[in-house]
Design a protein around this ligand. Structure first.
Ligand code: SAM
Length: 285
């Protein structure tokens, strides 16, 4: 079985000499949008599978890990999250998780590429089941511009569920964007952003995110860790930057949550923030 086998899709990480593959049974969509190459496959073992510019995005089988861990730990770390903004997130899975929280009054999803959401509606309808919630506001524009125009102090939580830091997502990992987020967030405001693989990208992305968000005015930053099989190395992270100290503010609410999850619970929340030794050493500098 070679990387050229037409019955397999591989995301290759040439810098690290690794690749991740899924056996595919059919190509369901193959479209060049104004922003990226959008593909959807039917796979043998992971259900439907979305790929953007050759990078794995979402599968039916394992997306719950990412969408739950990008949403619930941050939401339960805020005293009263009412207004939430998702930058990117076009597959709508993060929006669905956010709207499981009754305390959320508004959830904006700012996705630059409408084609991604239309594909999700067709091939991942289960991820889109909250799209018609009256609290949901789907807008198709650049998240950087949207945050720049947000009223100061108007947002409680910003979730950056973007592609990797290249192309339209590149600016989402830079100080001007973090400064704009800091301004848009209220006094207890939190920003959480997917911060790539702790094994492969800590130096280049994860630790840089701590430094850059702190330079932008955030006073506390923490990385949380979770498995994500289809992403490079299978070990993923999200980093929270806060205007006040990050802690499990609504632990009891998490323990008594009134909605279903597949992975997240209060114990997983606590465990996800446990810092690997090499992270501790880096932060002790
Ligand atoms: N979970 C995936 C990951 O970690 O790579 C991300 C899923 S979601 C499909 C990523 C989305 O971010 C894409 O649909 C892409 O169009 C969107 N995106 C990238 N840059 C953006 C920007 N500046 N503003 C809004 N959306 C953006």
């Amino acid at each position: 079985m070679s990387l050229k086998d037409p019955n397999w899709f591989y995301e290759k990480m040439p810098d690290d000499g690794t690749a991740f593959g899924l056996r595919i049974e059919a190509t369901l969509l193959d479209e060049q949008t104004p922003y990226q190459h959008l593909q959807v496959f039917q796979t043998q073992g992971f259900g439907k599978f979305m790929v953007l510019d050759g990078c794995t995005m979402v599968t039916e089988r394992d997306n719950f890990l990412y969408h739950e861990m990008m949403s619930h730990p941050a939401l339960f770390s805020h005293p009263h999250p009412k207004n939430v903004v998702i930058i990117g997130g076009g597959d709508c899975g993060t929006l669905r998780e956010v709207l499981k929280h009754d305390c959320v009054e508004n959830a904006w999803q700012i996705e630059i590429d409408e084609a991604v959401t239309r594909a999700a509606e067709k091939f991942f309808p289960e991820l889109c089941e909250a799209n018609n919630d009256p609290r949901a506001h789907l807008q198709f524009e650049d998240g950087i511009a949207w945050i720049n125009n947000a009223a100061p102090g108007s947002i409680d939580l910003i979730i950056v569920d973007s592609t990797d830091p290249v192309g339209p997502a590149e600016g989402l990992f830079q100080e001007p964007f973090y400064r704009a987020c800091h301004k848009a967030l209220g006094e207890h405001g939190l920003l959480i952003q997917q911060s790539e693989s702790p094994l492969l990208h800590a130096q280049r992305v994860t630790w840089a995110m701590h430094d850059i968000t702190r330079a932008a005015g955030f006073v506390d930053t923490k990385t949380l860790f979770f498995p994500q099989p289809i992403y490079p190395s299978g070990w993923w992270s999200a980093t929270i930057a806060a205007k006040q100290t990050i802690n499990f503010k609504r632990r009891e609410a998490a323990e008594k949550k009134n909605f279903e999850t597949v992975y997240y619970n209060a114990e997983i929340h606590t465990a996800a923030f446990a810092q690997p030794e090499f992270f501790k050493k880096r932060q002790a500098r």
